[in-house]
Design a protein around this ligand. Structure first.
Ligand code: NDP
Ligand code: MG
Length: 389
C-alpha cells in the first residue's frame, strides 16, 4: 500500500497534539501530510507543519500570514491564511482528515473535505450538532466515510461496527460528571473558571473542559449520537460514571448490553479512526481490572445539570433548535470565561435564547445555519447583559 495522504485541521489544539502523537507512533513514513491548520498559535503550527513535512500550513487568521511565513522560512511548507484558504486546503485531495477545529469555524472546512470524498475523522462537534442533516447529506452524496472521534461516539461506532442494520433499543453515553459532580447548587453558583477547567479524568482544551463541568458537552454528544445512530431521542440515556473507563454502551431488544471500555485517553479513539477498518498498536495505558477495583454509575441530577434537558428539548423541536442551543452555549461560555455571568447562569441563559428563537424555520443550506447561529449569538449577548446586570 502506498503512503496515505492525510490532513489535520486544528493541529495546534489538544486533539491535534494527540493526533500528531498517534501519527508519530504509527511512523511518519507511512503518511504524506497534506494540510495542517491552526488559528492563533503560529509557533506551534509552524513547528508541527515542519515536523510532519506538511504540504501547506493554514492559519484561519488572515492577520497572521506574515508571521506564519516567517516561521516557515526555508521549510518548503506553503503558508496560507484566512477562512477561504482553510477551505481550499481542507478540500485538497487526501485519504483521511482529522477535523479538530473547535466551534462553528470547523463546519465549512470539514464540509469541503466531505465534498472531496475524504474520510473524515470527526472530533469537531458543530458539524453534527449545528448542521447534522446537511453535513450527513453531503457525506452521503460524496460517499465519504465518517469516523466519529468523540470518545463516546467512537465507542458506539466500534460496538456497532459502523452498521445501522440491527435495531438498537438504547444508547448509553457515560459522563464523568466533571469537577462539580458532588457539589451542591449553592457551591456550584460560586465556582471559578480555574475550578471548572480542572477536569478530573481527561486532559482537554479549555472550552470543552468547562462544557464537561456544566454537562453541556454531554448535551452536545446526545445530539451527535442522535444524528450518527438510527435512534430516537428518548432512547438516548446519560449515565454519570466517575472513573471514565466505560465510554458508552449499547442495548438491544433481547436485554443484551455491549459496553466499550478503555483508558481515558483520546489517542484510543484517534488511533482507531486512523487505522480503521484495521487496528493499530498504540502507546496508551492498558486497563488493569484488579487495580481498578470498581466502576460506579449514577443517574445525572437534572437540577444541577439542566443542560441535558435542553438537549432533549432541542431534539424534540428539531430544525435549527440544536444549532441555536449550541451557539447560545458558546456565548454563555464566553461570558462565564470573561467573568460576566456565573456558572449556573449558563444553562438558563441558553434555555431563554432557545425559547426566544423557537419560531425559526428549518435550514435549507449552510447559509440558513449561519443565520440561525448568528441570531442565537445576538440574542445570547443581549441575555448576557441582563444576567450580568
Ligand atoms: P483546543 O481548543 O485545544 O484546539 C482548538 C483548535 O482549533 C486549535 O487548533 C485552534 O487553533 C483552532 N481554532 C480555534 N479557533 C479557530 C477558528 N476561529 N478558526 C480555525 N481554527 C480555530 O480544542 P480541542 O482539541 O480540545 O477540541 C477540538 C474539537 O474536538 C472541539 O470541537 C472539541 O469539542 C472536540 N473534542 C475534543 C475532545 C478532547 O478531548 N479535547 C474530545 C472530544 C471532542 P489555535 O490553537 O492555533 O488558536
Ligand atoms: Mg466526548
Amino acid at each position: 500500500m502506498g503512503r496515505r495522504r492525510i490532513s489535520i485541521l486544528g493541529v495546534t489544539g489538544s486533539i491535534g497534539a494527540s493526533t500528531v502523537s498517534v501519527i508519530e507512533a504509527r511512523g511518519l513514513d507511512r503518511f504524506d501530510v497534506v494540510a495542517v491548520s491552526g488559528n492563533s498559535n503560529i509557533a506551534s503550527l509552524a513547528e508541527r507543519a515542519r515536523r510532519l513535512g506538511a504540504e501547506v500550513a493554514v492559519t484561519a487568521d488572515p492577520a497572521r500570514l506574515a508571521e506564519l511565513r516567517a516561521a516557515l522560512t526555508g521549510s518548503g511548507v506553503e503558508a496560507t491564511a484566512g477562512p477561504a484558504a482553510l477551505i481550499e486546503a481542507a478540500g485538497r485531495p487526501a485519504d483521511w482528515m482529522m477535523s479538530a477545529i473547535v466551534g462553528a469555524a470547523g463546519l465549512a472546512p470539514t464540509l469541503a473535505a466531505a465534498r472531496a470524498g475524504t474520510t473524515v475523522a470527526l472530533a469537531n462537534k458543530e458539524c453534527l450538532v449545528a448542521a447534522g442533516d446537511l453535513f450527513l447529506a453531503e457525506m452521503a452524496r460524496s460517499g465519504a466515510q465518517l469516523l466519529p472521534v468523540d470518545s463516546e461516539h467512537n465507542a458506539l461506532f466500534q460496538l456497532t461496527h459502523g452498521t445501522r442494520a440491527v435495531p438498537i433499543e438504547r444508547l448509553i453515553l457515560t459522563a464523568s460528571g466533571g469537577p462539580f459532580r458532588n457539589f451542591t447548587r449553592a457551591e456550584m453558583a460560586r465556582v471559578t473558571v480555574a475550578q471548572a477547567v480542572a477536569h478530573p479524568n481527561w486532559s482537554m482544551g479549555t472550552r470543552i473542559s468547562i462544557d464537561s463541568a456544566t454537562m453541556f458537552n454531554k448535551a452536545l454528544e446526545m445530539i451527535e449520537a442522535w444524528h450518527l445512530f438510527p435512534i430516537a431521542p428518548e432512547q438516548i440515556e446519560v449515565l454519570v460514571h466517575p472513573q471514565s473507563i466505560v465510554h458508552a454502551m449499547i442495548g438491544y431488544s433481547d436485554g443484551s448490553i455491549l459496553a466499550h471500555l478503555g483508558p481515558p485517553d483520546m489517542r484510543v479513539a484517534i488511533g482507531h479512526a486512523l487505522a480503521w477498518p484495521q487496528r493499530c498498536e498504540l502507546p496508551v495505558d492498558r486497563l488493569d481490572f484488579a487495580r481498578l477495583s470498581r466502576l460506579e454509575f449514577q443517574a445525572p441530577d437534572p437540577e444541577r445539570f439542566p443542560a441535558l434537558d435542553l438537549a432533549r428539548a432541542a431534539m424534540a423541536r428539531g430544525g435549527v433548535a440544536p444549532c441555536v442551543m449550541n451557539a447560545a452555549r458558546e456565548v454563555a461560555l464566553d461570558a462565564f470565561i470573561g467573568g460576566d455571568v456565573g456558572f449556573l447562569d449558563m444553562a438558563p441563559l441558553v434555555g431563554e435564547a432557545m425559547a426566544r428563537l423557537d419560531g425559526l424555520p428549518a435550514a435549507r443550506d449552510l447559509d440558513d445555519i449561519y443565520m440561525a447561529d448568528a441570531q442565537a449569538r445576538r440574542v445570547g449577548r443581549e441575555l448576557v447583559k441582563r444576567y450580568a446586570a
